[in-house]
Design a binder for this molecule. Sequence first.
Ligand SMILES: Cc1cc2nc3c(=O)[nH]c(=O)nc-3n(C[C@H](O)[C@H](O)[C@H](O)COP(=O)(O)OP(=O)(O)OC[C@H]3O[C@@H](n4cnc5c(N)ncnc54)[C@H](O)[C@@H]3O)c2cc1C
Length: 497
Amino acid sequence: MTDRPAPRRVVVAGGGTAGWVTATALARQLGSLVEITLVESEEIGTIGVGESTIPTARAFHEFLKIDQQAFMRASRATFKLAISFENWARDGDRYLHSFGTMPMRTWMADFQHFWLEARARGEAGEIGQYYLEHEAARLHRMDLKGDPKLNYAYHLDASLYAKFLRRIAENDGVTRIEGKIANVERDGESGDIAALVLEDGTRLTGDLFIDCTGFRSLLLGQTLGTPFEDWGKWLPTNSAWATQSEGVGDAYPYTRAIAHGGGWQWRIPLQHRMGAGFVYASDHMEAQPALDQFLATLEGRPLRDPFPIRFRTGRHRQAWVGNCVGIGLAGGFVEPLESTTIHLIMIGITRLLQLFPFSPDCAAQRERFNELSQNEIERVRDFIILHYHLTERDDTSFWQYMRNLDVPDTLRERMEAFAQGAQAWQSTNEIFRVDSWIQVLLGQRMTPQGWNRVGALMKDGRLKQTMEDASRMVANRVATMQSHQQFIDSYCAPKEG
Ligand SMILES: Cc1cc2nc3c(=O)[nH]c(=O)nc-3n(C[C@H](O)[C@H](O)[C@H](O)COP(=O)(O)OP(=O)(O)OC[C@H]3O[C@@H](n4cnc5c(N)ncnc54)[C@H](O)[C@@H]3O)c2cc1C
């Protein structure tokens, strides 16, 4: 029997969502195999946005044994069943990209083929009525019981969430240090990071350094000089105004993504407030008109002054270099549209746990980590470009640019496959399922020329009947649910006193 190895010393630089998710997961999963120190600077603070998630957050919380009710209460969270895309293909359009799963499929053909067949015969309604989450979102309903169960994600207050995770991580043995990193020392021979030196002279040495310093990318970018691949030509939005405002009316169970002339705006309903932001491309819109439009369209009273954010879309091609791994914004950023960064943080840390460098020689693990991360973020990139590119809008220079974009080949291939034969697929290591692709492709008004005609073989009105049964099942199930607001009030509102 071998002895238990000496703990690997892990230093996490940064205490935003990425930093605390990382520290919590490493501490929970690796216990005494690691010794974790997290350094963060209150003076620098966090980016202050990033409050909408996708359903994978649930599995991640389960894996960390985080109690859902406690988490939602502490983070003033609400449920998210969909994103409402407004004004995207045409001004005035609206569609929901829900987290639903298709009601039927066969090995030969996914649901959209049967639906298109039935639709062509006038025997099917809108695609959304066959998705439970779509209908629950549309009617502002929620519950956690019943069958089938809803597939949901969360809206959360990012700073409360970081505090919640911090409590867990510190309980699990993570040491938090408040301070500003002034210098990063490298090993003269290997070039690896040797220590972080704080402004007060404290020197933090470690075996593995996780860069969670946000867009600064202090370790991976600034110190190690890891090249950044800029995706600005495909995703030119690079600026945002963000604020928090009073909620107006009941919290709805979806994020709103409302397109405007130079980008889009978000609305994220939480229990105690609304998160709101206005994303735009500075080549097509100036800051002041963006702010004016943002304030003019805000529904509730702002609770803080709007603050500007500059960002760039793209990624460091290698997220793990030497003994440094970039997680969160420090590693790369696609665009907030489909709210994928928290997912990318969680999947990044899950992957790191699987490939954790217990011995110094870990080049193969590093390579695998980088390859998986690259594939995943590129598929997210393609999916987001799709929303902008597949549009009939040409009312501003921004939409003209996006419409005429030369998209990545990987996306072009998908668009052609859907346009010609209604084909859609989920690649290995891709987060977006066929359901997501078809809801967005159809929502952006792409009409397939053909589809798999296997549904035409169904005899005696069976196709029509199947469609009716599927939508009736959805409607009946939704009718048993509470309103989302009532559900939140009884399930996870803060306790009195
Ligand atoms: C406009 C916009 C909207 C977004 N919306 C979403 C969304 O809805 N959903 C989603 O999943 N993601 C969203 N994101 C991404 C989201 O912001 C990130 O997922 C999340 O906030 C994680 O950020 P982070 O922890 O990587 O960086 P940050 O929050 O920036 O944290 C960086 C940390 O590093 C510390 N730090 C930096 N430099 C130093 C130093 N020298 N010394 C010590 N500490 C230092 C800071 O103090 C801070 O603690 C959005 C991003 C943008 C730009």
